[in-house]
Design a protein around this ligand. Sequence first.
Ligand code: GLY
Length: 368
Amino acid sequence: MNELEPIRVELGARSYAVHVGRGNLGTVGARTRAAAAGAPVALVTNPTVDALWGDRVRASLAEAGVAATTIEIPDGERHKNVATLASLWGRLAEARIERGGLLLALGGGVVGDVTGFAAATWLRGVAFAQVPTTLVAQIDAAIGGKTAIDLPAGKNLVGAFHQPGFVLSDVEVLDSLPEREYRAGLAEVVKTGAILSAGLFERLETESGRVLARDPDLLLDVVHECSRLKATVVSADETEGDGRAILNFGHTLGHAVEALQGYEGILHGEAVSIGMAFATGMSEGRGFLRPSTGRRVRDLLRRFGLPTEVPAGLAAAALARAMEADKKRAAGRVRFVCLEDLGRTRFEALSTADLEGLVSEHLGKNVG
Ligand code: GLY
């Protein structure tokens, strides 16, 4: 077992640690026991993750003397909805999870978001903890207390800020991720470098082969560094003022693409990659970003096998309307994250007409 220095998310009384290691899944029992203090625990997961890691987590919980009820929710973004949440509430009632209880989320972003929102609402709020099993969840979704479900009208439209008691990321579980899902997670890694750290971005460029090969040491470092950067952002701005909102780089168009595809056939990271290609092109078009830097971002995404083109058949007007539904909106304008340089962002307030014009322009040209 190799665990790097714990990362602190500093939020006063709601501060917590993010533990990033390799082979540290077996520490979940002791950490859960400390967080739940003898109260009932529900282990919430999906069938795919349960088959891979459920027994190991249950063994660790049993070894630590923690009695836990396993609750499975269906796999996939299209199930991140009110029906899944309602069924989870019902299972929590059956499992008699009481006020002092704890929900342990074992899975990717969908499991984490739904479990977190159930924890925020069950009995007006119970504790929860995150054991993320995908790259995108380890470096982004599990850290920072954003919990939500999707509506047909848009992604993450109903949710709450509810911080976990701890986050435990074991990079060894990433070895079992399907290649496509791993690469989709790399989109958020590229995002983190692009908006927060030129050093990380350059390391991804020079070591792209090792990244793609899931080199164990490099992966541990990258997940730890991305988690540290995310924790710094959340510690400075929990509820998404300007500080945290920069993490939405690539997400405005990305969410619109996902929504128009009905959350089918495209992974979140793939949609974010398309969104970042658009955002860099748009930043160049407005004169904020050197074209050579925008090209580096798009080249790295492509090297990681990620898409940078809007899927055929999606029209600019529909994309603009879907972007308008984005909840990060103020005074009728979308706050769009642009890139000025590696590690430096700025916001643009855009109307639906602006967005439609920009997307039309983007669809009409091949961004290199
Ligand atoms: N995933 C973006 C955020 O946590 O704010």
